[in-house]
Design a binder for this molecule. Structure first.
Ligand SMILES: Cc1ncc(COP(=O)(O)O)c(C=O)c1O
Length: 401
């Protein structure tokens, strides 16, 4: 396969892995970083680290400026109404836990939280535990055969008792965009708050908060070709104003006495303690890098790679895809072969794919599976990566059959 990635040379990590004989096909778990992100990270650390929002000295001012510049970049990238709608977290998981805690006071026993059958544990367990704490009902929207949330069922299940809808934009197992426009409209009709888990979706096309119309949106830096340890939480101004403060400490307080305190509003009121300064600064570089790419060319490249991946899988005997993936990844099992055995042989041949339940155990169980193999793609993958993968797959299958 001769498909070439014009972005590959920009990613030292992918080149280093290739030099080691490793073919990286696990970008849905974490993506490699372009040189610009590494430069920003090292530039800040080697140029003199300092804490933010505290110091008057030059390094402190410089760090604060670079840190806050990322908030501006994120607001532009997400098309938020203002920079105050952007909160830094440690990742999507922390952002969702923040919401599940900070919205708790708005919910009464008997209220309903609606999620879907395909949610990652990060967008299931915080709501499940909240429901258990508060006596709420957790409603799970079923899927159709392709792996999309079934709109007809959703229309029956989203109703006047729904107080909150929390859904993934793009499934990390099934690789399908979910029909969020229709689902969010249902939530709005019933006055429910909406949370979108953009951990997988954000990197594939520009997320647009005005077009999407959700109350909250979360994503992770490390899946956006940026650093780990940082994520974004977007909240519509009026929705953010309803959040209860959750972590307490330095820089989130307006005034403190021994017995009481007053807290800042968002965003700083929700960024207690020293934030991940270097990661936030490097995330700014990742957003700059992403914004500078020709999105149409990226989408085209990813679509071609994905089509080749699906065609190659379809040509192998006994391959069963999970749902009908549209982009970025494909999860599959092979008749008569345990996914752990196959993963082991692929690993031995230098193929870095993911095997297991993909942090979506209830979904896998509902499909009657304990695990599956997932191949996921980044814009740096090329035709040769797929050739390596299919050669290794054929060899593994020959051994296992
Ligand atoms: C759909 C989805 N949601 C949430 C997460 C959690 O993201 P993080 O581990 O960066 O917090 C992931 C991670 O794989 C994911 O795929």
């Amino acid at each position: 396969m001769s498909l070439i990635s014009p972005w590959r040379a920009d990613f030292p990590g992918i080149l280093a892995l290739a030099a080691e004989g490793q073919t990286y096909l696990d970008s849905a778990a974490t993506a490699q970083k372009p040189q610009a992100v590494l430069d920003a990270l090292l530039g800040y650390l080697a140029g003199g680290a300092a804490n933010v929002h505290r110091a008057q000295h030059l390094p402190g001012e410089r760090a604060t400026r670079a840190f806050e510049a990322t908030r501006d970049k994120a607001a532009t990238w997400l098309n938020a109404a203002s920079r105050e709608e952007i909160l830094f977290t440690r990742g999507s998981t922390e952002a969702l836990n923040l919401l599940a805690y900070s919205l708790e006071h708005l919910l009464q026993p008997g209220d309903e939280i609606v999620i879907s059958a395909l949610e990652h544990h990060a967008n299931l367990l915080p709501w499940q535990q909240l429901a258990l704490r508060r006596g709420l009902k957790l409603v799970v929207l079923p899927l159709d055969a392709a792996g999309s949330i079934d709109l007809a069922h959703a229309a029956q299940l989203i109703g006047p008792r729904t107080r909150l809808l929390a859904l993934s934009q793009l499934s990390n197992v099934l690789g399908r965009w979910q029909p969020l426009r229709e689902l969010l409209a249902m939530a709005r009709t019933h006055g429910a708050l909406s949370v979108v888990d953009g951990a997988q979706g954000a990197v594939h096309g520009r997320p647009d908060m005005q077009a999407l119309g959700c109350d909250f949106y979360v994503c992770s830096g490390h899946k956006l070709y940026g650093p780990d340890g940082v994520g974004l939480l977007y909240g519509r101004n009026q929705a953010l104003a309803q959040l209860r403060h959750w972590q307490f400490g330095g820089e989130m307080v307006l005034d403190a006495d021994y017995q009481s305190a007053r807290f800042r509003p968002a965003p700083l009121g929700f960024e207690a303690g020293t934030p991940p300064v270097s990661a936030v600064i490097a995330l700014g570089a990742a957003l700059d890098w992403l914004s500078a790419q020709n999105q149409a060319a990226v989408t085209q490249h990813e679509a071609t790679l994905h089509a080749e991946l699906l065609a190659g899988l379809a040509a192998r005997q006994g391959v069963r895809l999970l749902g009908q993936p549209q982009l970025a990844l494909a999860s599959f099992t092979i008749d008569g072969i345990h996914n752990a055995d196959l993963a082991h042989l692929l690993t031995e041949q230098g193929i870095a794919v993911r095997a297991g339940h993909h942090c979506a155990m209830p979904l896998l169980k509902s499909l009657g599976l304990s695990g599956a193999i997932r191949v996921s793609l980044g814009l740096y993958n090329d035709g040769e990566d797929l050739t390596h993968f299919f050669d290794a797959l054929d060899q593994a299958l020959e051994l296992l059959r």
